[in-house]
Design a protein around this ligand. Structure first.
Ligand code: CA
Length: 227
């Protein structure tokens, strides 16, 4: 799982990429102009930036140049409109890691993303590696899960994300609203019932006795707590 920033002013394109990356298990933030993108890109915990060239306020070239001048080495894949071949050379010269020309297939972009991520190992302190909760052991890098008897367990991407959020906030009381905002985000419209249903499913995979949970605790009237 990687944290990816998409800097792209075409909303449909940005949302489409976000959906695809999230389906691959990545965490995605979008900026719709160069200035906002540059601010968000200074976050040291990002693993990858998808950077359009033609952007309002500040071009992708300027964003890339400024980041590299500031010593920020987060991998950057630049995106440009068809036929801007001159830009390609310039893009790589100013410190982009790869380059893709619109229109491109999602598969091609995902392949390039994976190649860039493989070259750049995740910062250890930002990502969960292997965690055991109750009878469930989860490898967050490989997105694999197994039960204590060694059998593999299917976790959906949303379950991985939910579990990751709970682990990163272990011991804290987390409201259903916070889970909806942080795990589901604003683009979907689930209800707090959705959260409860996912918790029930996770408990079956984690708890020895799901009817008496010892790991994902219900905090009545508030939300949940992982202990
Ligand atoms: Ca653009």
């Amino acid at each position: 799982m990687a944290r990816i920033l998409i800097i792209e002013d075409e909303i449909d394109m940005a949302m489409g990429l976000k959906d695809n990356f999230e389906f691959e298990g990545h965490e995605v933030t979008i900026a719709n102009d160069g200035e906002t993108g540059l601010k968000l890109a200074r976050d040291g915990s990002l693993h990858l930036i998808i950077l359009d060239i033609m952007l309002p306020q500040k071009s992708g070239f300027d964003v890339c140049k400024e980041l590299r001048n500031e010593g920020i080495s987060t991998p950057i894949i630049m995106v440009s409109a068809r036929g801007q071949e001159i830009d390609k050379v310039l893009g790589l010269e100013i410190g982009a890691d790869d380059y893709i020309t619109k229109p491109f297939g999602v598969r091609e972009l995902l392949a390039r993303v994976n190649a860039v991520l493989r070259r750049m190992p995740y910062k250890e302190n930002q990502a969960l590696l292997v965690e055991t909760i109750g009878k469930l052991t989860v490898d967050f890098q490989q997105l694999l899960a197994a039960s204590d008897d060694g059998s593999s367990i299917d976790l959906s991407h949303k379950e991985f994300e939910l579990l990751q959020y709970l682990l990163l906030h272990k011991g804290e009381i987390i409201s259903r609203d916070a889970l909806l905002d942080e795990v589901w985000g604003y683009e979907h419209f689930p209800t707090s019932r959705t959260v409860d249903n996912f918790i029930v499913k996770l408990r079956k995979k984690i708890e020895i006795d799901p009817s008496k949970p010892r790991h994902i605790i219900t905090v009545h009237g508030t939300g949940y707590k992982l202990v």
